[in-house]
Design a binder for this molecule. Structure first.
Ligand code: BDR
Ligand code: CA
Length: 312
């Protein structure tokens, strides 16, 4: 059955690939809207980048909304050191011509969830959780109406990427993450433990280039760009495609394995703020609140991604 989704995002090259994967898969997911949030780069760039990606996919009718421009309680931390000044550094990109929707992203989320039948909307956060937490705070009635939240964020075995203890999306707005993890909504989490296994290889990147299409070329050039950072940092052969794991899960959940466990967000650590304290070994006695993924069939994932991007 086609799932109705809202993608909440801070593009970001890997966010961009996730959006392309979703827009290329209408039989699996119907993208009701894309809500931009401040994260990898400030909001004026993330909303613009979201529109660039929709046009690249040949879907300029997709509705893009701008949301929160700063975390709930902290100063915004960005990641230009990974994604470049624009957030989508790599290829040359023209400014989008499709309009930004006038409605605020948070209002769009609330209105959409309220106006659809119960348990038919899935939220897919790919950045800091500010928009989603604000919607849940402002309209607690939407929590039991949501089908699921499938998000990229956190880490357990891989620990942190922006600090030694914390993953970027959770670190940027831990208060928002705390609200989302406590909301009682069925939650699926794609942490670094999974995404660091979704590494691009030279043949994958060449495969995108060889498609001979504009989206294929862009995916290859984006990957080339942010690979340089991850290769240097981790000494890995390729770059982790974090955010596409969320969309791939909606299309082929059997590619992923994890545990239904308790996950708490560290809010006041001296060194550990933004850490996802995941009770992987079930030692805390605390009630499970998330399906926390740990493994991915990387070849199956890249097969799916290649097949779908080739359609655009
Ligand atoms: C996450 O942070 C961002 O840099 C990526 O887009 C991804 O969502 C990985 O930690
Ligand atoms: Ca992201």
């Amino acid at each position: 059955m086609t799932r109705k989704i809202i993608i909440d995002t801070d593009p970001g090259q890997d966010d961009a690939v996730a959006i392309l994967l979703a827009l290329a898969s209408p039989e699996d997911v119907e993208v009701l809207g894309i809500t931009a949030v401040a994260g990898n780069v400030p909001l004026p760039l993330t909303e613009k980048n979201a529109r660039i990606v929709c046009e690249l996919a040949g879907k300029p009718d997709t509705r893009v909304f701008a949301g929160c421009d700063a975390p709930l309680a902290r100063k915004l931390v960005t990641a230009e050191h990974v994604h470049g000044k624009t957030g989508l550094d790599g290829p040359q990109l023209a400014d989008p011509t499709m309009p930004l929707q006038p409605q605020h992203a948070v209002d769009f989320i609330i209105e959409t969830v309220r106006s659809h039948p119960e348990k038919t909307i899935t939220l897919c956060p790919l950045g800091p959780l500010t928009n989603v937490a604000t919607a849940l705070q402002r309209a607690p009635d939407i929590a039991p109406r949501l089908q699921e939240i499938v998000l990229m964020g956190g880490a357990y075995f891989e620990v942190g990427n922006i600090t030694p203890a914390a993953e970027f999306n959770i670190f940027v707005d831990p208060e928002a993450a705390d609200i989302v993890f406590r909301a009682g909504v069925p939650l699926v989490v794609m942490p670094l433990d999974v995404t660091h296994k979704a590494l691009t290889t030279a043949p994958h990147v060449q495969g995108f280039r060889d498609m001979g299409t504009e989206p294929g070329r862009m995916v290859a050039e984006w990957t080339d760009f942010f690979e340089r950072f991850d290769k240097e940092k981790y000494g890995s052969a390729g770059a982790p495609l974090h955010d596409p794991c969320v969309i791939a899960y909606l299309i082929r959940p059997e590619l992923f394995q994890g545990r239904h466990i308790n996950v708490e967000i560290e809010l006041t650590g001296t060194y550990t703020t933004g850490m996802t304290v995941a009770d992987w070994w079930r030692v805390s006695g605390r009630a499970p609140n998330a399906m926390f993924m740990g493994d991915i069939d990387a070849e199956g994932f890249f097969g799916l991604l290649t097949e779908r991007i080739a359609r655009l």
